[in-house]
Design a protein. Sequence first.
Length: 234
Amino acid sequence: MRIAADARKRLRRANVALAEQRLLAREADHRVANWLQLVHSTLLLQAAAAPDGAAKEAICAAASNVVVAAEAHRHLHGAAALRPTMEGTPDAVAYLDALVRKLCPTAVRDGLVVEREVALQAEPSAAAAVPIGLLPRLGLIVAELVANAMKHGAGPVLVELHPGSEAEGGGAVLAVSDKGPGFPPGFDPATCNGRSLGMRLLVALARPGRVWVDPADGRRILVRLLDRAAPGAN
């Protein structure tokens, strides 16, 4: 009876601690969302007051990146896919599938609704290749690449996800492509010399992995994502 009573006490303490943790997580999520909205509004005000077109364009690009980050953050913390499955593995494929649906833009042209499709193609084993610690970066990278394809590309956008090979450190490999003109020959995201804030953001998010353009298809950009907490990652 004493052992059973002690077990009940420990269970109650654990439930209280879990409830407090969930409350703190919701509060942190709410504050992050508010701060992102504040940053976005501040950037728009600065863009409106910018004296020249180049500065205005740069500030608007930064504001757009904040919107992308806010959308990925909002979806990540509201997605049921973030919760572990019965095997204890987060379902990154379900998370991305829901995210790309939200990223499909709809416009009205000549009275007709026009939608550029954003589709996900993922290997069945890709879900287990993405640990929960990679989901925030994965969502931000996908949102940024899809936004870039919508701005500079054409036609449907394809998002691919598959596990990385053990020889290359495991992790996951993400690819995004469209039917537009693609990247210029020889373009290297890692050496774009600050010309693109979005590319600089992608390179930073991908570390210790990398970002590169498919040498066989200039319309396809790839990102190798490695878990920074994994042994050997730096």
